[in-house]
Design a protein around this ligand. Structure first.
Ligand code: AMP
Ligand code: ZN
Length: 461
């Protein structure tokens, strides 16, 4: 069975095979830890989770590195107002290292709540400064740089080709005028590799360049090389990494050893909220904890993500979350119905489901398609332990922790259940006044009532 992934480098869906047989070596650009991850960030790691699980499901072992950016944008008062890390440090009366520790731990809590399979190697930038220094020295020796008094720059005009991943022309950057042209740079696309730290800069290290710190693209190149070698299989990140961060990683690797580091470059698209950009000022930037406070368990957010493929934007709304909540409930209930099932299902039927599921995930991680196979199994009128086992097997990819779900004993009291049933009946018969009256009664008795296309959710306030 062949696996196909969309490769940003070739701009096509290509057949995937690991460079060295059975082990897949890959690198994921991880979080910058200055604040809690928002649900957009978490979409990126849910994509990473689907990719890891799909590769494992196909029998591959993984050597996967994810970095934690805990250095690079971290300056002191000089950048006041812009640097969220310092703002957080001041607010919480901690230094940037403590802030990084705190938000890294918060990040891993979110990852665990979403049952995201963790990369084998987590590499913190601050623990690899020496690796970055060795890496940059070789780029310098190879003649790809120039420097001013305070910055070592990468000279992109030395490359055979730049950019590799994006179609953008370098000149367009100028026309766009959004990128400020640093007059010390020889070419608009040149970028800083190593920077001398001003007195006020808190995170700095003794190096060949005095008290200084690395440019932020460098960490991924250097740590990728340290753990995965000059060339590996897959590099992942968000679509926002394509035009600059990943271009510059490729430039650095070419300066270092003349090679593009990864064969496949995979990028996850953005999460929008209510059709637009998510931002703090609009009050629509949510963390996983915000969702929990609103009554959504984290796995509902994972379920919601399976309504879209990773390459297209997904639109977050609370209506869609309600639908995902109902769907996850139905999936669990349906699974339990099969668990006790005594009937037998033929091997051919099982095989057919398995093939369809594998086709879906191996077609560039088509999770909506995979979910439709799961629903076919769940809704099969034959109740069978074989189907239960099959869904548990599929859950190796879905990561919805289905095997550990046991029907919670928090059933609604009989009186409430009766009101819900009466209301459902009224709704079916389009007796809206009666249904509204019953809803008010439920609210008065301390219950939240939410209607969606998929059904009604009633739960204690
Ligand atoms: P950061 O911590 O800012 O470096 O971002 C971590 C990851 O989140 C990166 O892979 C980004 O591409 C990704 N990301 C940021 N905003 C969004 C969004 N709204 N939707 C999806 N991914 C996002
Ligand atoms: Zn990176």
């Amino acid at each position: 069975m062949s696996i196909k992934f969309y490769n940003t480098l070739t701009r096509s869906k290509d057949e995937f095979k690991p460079l060295d047989g059975k082990e897949v070596r890959m690198y994921t650009c991880g979080p910058t830890v200055y604040y809690f991850a928002h649900i957009g960030n978490l979409r990126a790691y849910l994509f990473m989770d689907s990719l890891r699980r799909t590769l494992k499901y196909n029998g591959y072992s993984l050597k996967h590195v994810m970095n934690i950016t805990d250095v690079g944008h971290l300056t002191s008062d000089a950048d006041e107002g812009e640097d969220k890390m310092m703002k957080a440090a001041r607010r919480e009366n901690k230094d940037p290292f403590q802030i990084a520790d705190f938000y890294m731990n918060a990040f891993f809590k979110d990852i665990d709540k979403l049952n995201i399979d963790r990369p084998e190697i987590i590499a913190r930038a601050t623990e690899h400064i020496d690796v970055m220094e060795d890496y940059v020295k070789k780029i310098i020796d190879n003649g790809y740089t120039y420097h001013t008094d305070d910055t070592v720059y990468f000279d992109t005009s030395k490359l055979d080709k730049y950019p590799e991943l994006s179609d953008r022309k370098v000149d367009e950057q100028k026309a766009g005028a959004r990128v400020e042209f640093d007059s010390a740079k020889r070419n608009i696309s040149d970028f800083a590799l190593w920077i001398k730290a001003p007195e006020s800069h808190i995170m700095k290290w003794d190096s060949f360049f005095g008290k200084s710190y690395p440019g932020w693209h460098l960490e991924c190149s250097a740590m990728g090389y340290k753990y995965l070698g000059e060339q590996f299989d897959i590099h992942t990140g968000g679509v926002d990494h394509i035009p600059i961060h990943h271009e510059n990683e490729i430039a650095q690797a070419k300066g270092f050893c003349g090679k593009i580091p990864a064969k496949f470059w995979m990028h996850v698209n953005f999460l929008k909220v209510d059709g637009g950009k998510m931002s703090k000022s609009l009050g629509n930037l949510y963390t996983l904890e915000d969702l929990e406070e609103k009554g959504y368990e984290p796995l509902v957010y994972k379920m919601f993500n399976y309504t879209s493929t990773y390459r297209i934007p997904i639109n977050f709304t609370f209506e869609a979350m309600d639908a995902a909540k109902v769907a996850l409930g139905r999936l669990r209930e349906g699974l339990l119905a099969h668990k006790e099932g005594q009937e037998k299902v033929s091997e051919d039927v099982i095989k057919d489901y398995e093939e369809k599921f594998l086709d879906a995930i191996n077609d560039d991680l088509n999770m909506p398609q995979a979910m439709s196979v799961v629903w076919d199994v769940v809704k099969n009128p034959i109740k069978s332990k074989d189907l239960y086992n099959l869904i548990i097997k599929f859950d190796e990819v879905l990561g919805l922790d289905l095997a550990n779900y046991e029907k919670k004993e928090e059933e609604l009291p009989e009186e409430i259940q009766k009101l819900v049933e009466e209301r459902n009946k009224a709704r079916e018969e389009k007796k809206w006044a009666e249904s509204d009256k019953l809803r008010d009664m439920l609210i008065e008795k301390g219950y939240n009532v939410k209607d969606s296309k998929e059904g009604t959710i009633v739960e204690k306030k």
